[in-house]
Design a protein around this ligand. Sequence first.
Ligand code: GLN
Length: 187
Amino acid sequence: MIGVLALQGNFSSHIQILNKLGHDSKLVKCSKDLEGINGLIIPGGESTTITKLIKREDKFIKSIQLFSKKYPILGTCAGLILMSKNSFDDKVLNFGIINIESKRNAYGRQVYSFDTDLNLNYNSKNTSFIASFIRAPKISKVGRNVQVICNHDGIPVAVKQGMHFATTFHPELQNETLIHQLCFGDG
Ligand code: GLN
């Protein structure tokens, strides 16, 4: 059973991808909802808003950090920002689950959102797919133990650290199962 953090943002498309892969899923709105799941998705949305909503429960962030010691987490877009070690914004609480630094809205405003072909290089497999970048962040620094699995225009856009994955784009909006499958396997 995979949980999808469902405080704000685009969580329903992730549920559809999990269904497609044969995973049961569950909406996660508080730390208690982390019980009984063995993977978590932190979706896109607004990292500042998700931060505010997460902070409503004192121990929620700590619980997610503890969860990450045992189970895989996939963060997309705002999810990547939250999983970063630092995104240099006081309004965002960084969980420090992946050893990267990120910069919010680094491609500019909404009009600079785009879909593009990406090439993923992982486990000696090369796969191409379409991804949506929506007011996307950029990964500004890749720290130790982080593997870049996909670049766009020479900039890392998908990373892996241990069992965790994060992307600056939205794989789920193109009905793409690849990244979810890498993170959680088949259901
Ligand atoms: N711009 C958003 C933020 O800073 C992220 C956008 C997204 O998740 N599509 O949190």
